[in-house]
Write a protein that binds this ligand. Structure first.
Ligand code: ATP
Ligand code: MG
Length: 357
């Protein structure tokens, strides 16, 4: 850990366009630091990428924790190169290691419609859609508890359990209510399915009600996941903070950004709210092998991730300024990248955002 307003950041560009958008994320971070009077100490890491795997037969060195040390945050690009390393190997060997080791129990994604980004939902304008999806990131439906009976026979039975703990559920609910309490609308929507999943989901609903008692200024409601996905598309203006279990959150946190346009602009945080270990910030998009090496990738997802990271570190003014700069640049066709029908390349777009700051 470093002292106040001097932040140590582990920079991991990863694969493909991760290597191209990362310098733009760092450019904007450095500019924000100089304008807002804090400093960023960067340590770049060459592991957690498929080049490292090609040389060493694993995604990260055995002593990766020692090499990373104790940074205030991890700034991540993208991982994966399916031609050489299967996706489950690259993902499990890198991002999921961080998530588990650093107990990043919240996955946080904004769903916000930005100027210049065509919205697939008819008639929606920037300002109409602005909410957060808070996903439980460590337990729930993604357990490895279960098994097969009579495999390969007509009597085959397959079981996989959902494991929810009071500790694991309450802490993500607390994060969602805390987040809502900081917002204008102060509203939490819980994703449930208590009409079909008879044990875990009614219990989840109870935990939501219990947690809500601690937040008299925050309103809350719940939707079954099937209706909720429809509401994301039909009435996205209804939401402020949406909290969900691991599986439901996984679905919603892809659906949300898809409702607000291109994958190239969306950011995400894997957050340890207790700050017992670093949180990790990365764009939602992957390594995009089809456009890698051309210098045309949209850097906004990486830059927006930088803003989320600064918010987490306590530099809210700088984070807000980055978002204003992003909006200014996205509104200008000449400064947008090709995926948004613009003319700029990755570097030109990144520089324009740094200058707009
Ligand atoms: P993951 O690695 O998470 O599995 P994916 O393979 O599902 O990701 P991505 O790599 O994110 O998908 O990209 C899907 C497609 O979207 C890419 O092939 C690319 O054409 C486009 N794309 C993704 N990110 C960007 C970006 N930053 N700028 C422009 N186009 C992008
Ligand atoms: Mg991919």
């Amino acid at each position: 850990m470093t002292t106040a307003r001097n932040y140590s950041i582990s920079v991991i560009p990863g694969d493909g366009i991760g290597k191209e958008v990362m310098p733009e994320g760092v450019r904007v971070l450095e500019r924000a630091a100089s304008l807002y009077g804090f400093s960023i100490e960067q340590t770049w890491q060459d592991f957690a990428c498929c080049d490292y795997y090609a040389r060493h037969g694993q995604m990260m060195p055995d002593d990766w924790k020692e090499r990373i040390g104790q940074p205030d945050a991890i700034f991540f690009g993208a991982v994966g190169w399916p031609d050489t390393v299967p996706d489950h190997v690259s993902l499990w060997g890198s991002l999921l290691q961080f998530r588990r080791e650093y107990d990043q129990y919240v996955n946080l994604r904004p769903v916000r419609l930005m100027p210049g980004v065509p919205c697939p939902l008819v008639g929606r304008e920037p300002g109409d859609i602005d909410f957060w999806v808070v996903r439980e990131n460590t337990e729930g439906e993604y357990s490895s508890v279960g098994g097969k009976m009579f495999p390969g026979t007509p009597r085959e039975v397959v079981i996989q359990e959902t494991v929810m703990t009071r500790h694991g559920t309450d802490r993500v609910l607390r994060y969602a209510f805390d987040l809502a309490a900081t917002r204008d609308r102060k509203h939490v929507t819980s994703a449930t399915k208590s009409n079909g999943i008879a044990i875990t989901m009614p219990w989840w609903d109870e935990r939501v009600e219990e947690m809500a008692k601690n937040y008299p200024t925050v309103t809350h409601d719940k939707y079954h996941i099937d209706i909720l996905t429809a509401q994301f598309v039909l009435n996205p203006d209804r939401f402020d903070v949406v909290v969900a279990s691991n599986l439901f959150g996984d679905i919603l946190s892809d659906l949300g950004p898809a409702c607000t346009g291109t994958i190239g602009v969306a950011p995400s945080g894997n957050i340890n709210p207790d700050r017992t270990a670093p949180s990790l910030f990365e764009p939602v998009h992957g390594s995009a092998p089809d456009i890698a090496g051309k210098g045309i990738a949209n850097p906004v997802g990486q830059i927006w991730s930088a803003a989320m990271m600064l918010e987490h570190l306590g530099e809210a003014d700088a984070a807000a300024a980055i978002m204003r700069a992003v909006e200014t640049v996205l509104a200008e066709p000449g400064l947008r990248t090709g995926d948004l029908k613009g003319k700029a390349n990755t570097e030109q777009c990144g520089k324009a955002i740094a200058d707009a700051l």
